[in-house]
Design a protein around this ligand. Structure first.
Ligand SMILES: [Zn+2]
Length: 169
């Protein structure tokens, strides 16, 4: 992101090349990437087959449209990364996960420089999968039994593979 003015005191900056230190308030503006919290949520769903162990995922309604990813999004400053994951899983899938049950499974570097934190959540049971409400970023909520053929991002593809390898042990 380019800044023409200091975000702290609004004085014009001498350059848009970051990092830059504001000549007035001496705040330094860094070229920092975003932190993305991503939820790995094992779910037990009830079907006509009985109880099935699946992985919660979404088919995207935003770019890359139609591809499959794990629920997640940008960490806000006021949140812990666990709270980010819980908020995103709720917004995108209508599923409540407890931030206190999460463990950090993996940290990955995205090709755009962002940092992705993959949180393994405690397994949850979903009695009525059709009752879940997703937001406009999502076409469809998915309950995967294997890695999807059409993952949205290489980092997510790696985690799909890792998750299913992990539960088959
Ligand atoms: Zn300033």
């Amino acid at each position: 992101m380019d800044y023409n003015f200091c975000p702290a005191c609004s004085v014009q900056l001498p350059t848009t090349t970051l990092p830059v230190t504001c000549p007035a308030c001496h705040e330094t503006i860094w070229d920092t990437p975003a932190c993305i919290g991503v939820g790995i949520v094992p779910v037990t769903v009830r079907s006509h087959m009985g109880l099935e162990n699946r992985l919660l995922a979404t088919r995207r309604a935003i770019a890359p449209v139609g591809l499959v990813c794990l629920p997640g999004g940008h960490k806000l400053r006021k949140e812990t990364w666990q709270q980010t994951v819980a908020r995103e899983v709720l917004e995108e899938c209508g599923v409540i996960v407890n931030p206190e049950t999460m463990t950090l499974l993996h940290a990955a570097n995205a090709s755009n420089g962002n940092v992705l934190l993959f949180a393994l959540c405690a397994p949850i049971t979903i009695d009525d999968p059709t009752s879940l409400v997703h937001d406009a970023e999502v076409q469809e909520i998915l309950f995967l039994s294997e890695p999807p053929p059409d993952p949205a991002f290489p980092t997510h593809a790696e985690m799909f593979a890792r998750f299913f390898a992990m539960i088959q042990k």
